[in-house]
Design a protein around this ligand. Structure first.
Ligand SMILES: [Fe+2]
Ligand SMILES: [Fe+2]
Length: 137
């Protein structure tokens, strides 16, 4: 069964710029699912996947910079988690490119779980740290 994801308040971590990014990531993910459900052609879905990939790369870089600005002690670990997620995302994107043009349930569920678990469980930690330590920038 495919898991659905929509932006809601429970995904807010309380750092405005990062919340905006996360909302965009969720929208880009939802776009992929919508196109897939409409049976859009492969290049169109491929472009939407590329868009999510580009947004993700930029978001991870911005987020890592932000964590540096608040001297977040677990930055190195968080960076490793980002690298791992990106590698998994790229593997799924490659499988899509080699496939029949439909988004696999695996890919969809990976995106949903990644966004939900990473934002609520991992990103929430630097937000808690930020609440105690004001950013320098
Ligand atoms: Fe993150
Ligand atoms: Fe994030």
């Amino acid at each position: 069964m495919r898991i659905q994801l929509q932006w809601d308040q429970s995904l807010k971590i309380g750092v405005a710029a990062m919340d905006r990014d996360h909302e965009r990531l969720v929208a880009a993910m939802t776009e992929i699912e919508t196109l897939n459900a409409k049976k859009a052609d492969k290049p169109t879905i491929g472009k939407a996947i590329e868009r999510l990939g580009a947004l993700t790369v930029k978001h991870f870089a911005d987020e890592e910079r932000y964590m540096g600005s608040i001297a977040f002690p677990d930055l190195a670990m968080h960076k490793l988690i980002h690298q791992d997620l990106l590698a998994k995302f790229q593997a799924h994107a490659k499988a899509f490119a080699a496939g029949d043009g439909s988004v696999s349930e695996d890919f969809n569920n990976f995106l949903v779980c990644w966004l939900r678990a990473h934002i609520r469980g991992i990103d929430a930690r630097y937000a808690q740290h930020a609440a105690r330590t004001p950013a320098k920038v």
